[in-house]
Design a protein around this ligand. Structure first.
Ligand code: FES
Length: 122
């Protein structure tokens, strides 16, 4: 059909988004991200030294990140398990989240976060 754009759904391209990440006070790095993976998985895939001992099961609380204030309202709400683990972190604040409990979406393109010192591999 002339004049109508054709989208071939069998050849969907994976869109690359960005995460702006600081590792406890270091300079901000812009890292590539794709939809569907958790922030923890994306940090690992980009060689950020996150502990994440339990691999994303929300039991270890060693994937502690702080989210820039302007992004907080755009994240999914904190679930019961995540809230319980955050309560176990003495330094956690209102901007704290567990990176394994947040899935990357297009709405989070450009998300700014800081990996906290309690969750950095030594
Ligand atoms: S990786 Fe263990 S709570 Fe997130």
């Amino acid at each position: 059909m002339q004049g109508v754009a054709h989208i071939d759904s069998t050849e969907e391209e994976e869109r690359i988004f960005a995460l702006r990440v600081r590792v406890a006070g270091s300079k901000t790095a812009v890292l590539p991200a794709i939809e569907g993976l958790s922030l923890m998985e994306l940090l690992r895939a980009n060689d950020v030294p996150i502990v994440a001992e339990c691999g994303g099961a929300a039991v270890c609380a060693s994937c502690h990140v702080r989210i820039a204030a302007r992004w907080l309202d755009q994240l999914p709400p904190v679930g019961d398990e995540e809230a319980a683990r955050l309560d176990d972190i003495p330094t956690a604040g209102d901007d704290s989240r567990l990176a394994c409990q947040i899935r990357m979406t297009a709405d989070l393109d450009g998300l700014e976060l800081e990996l906290q010192s309690d969750s950095i591999k030594s």
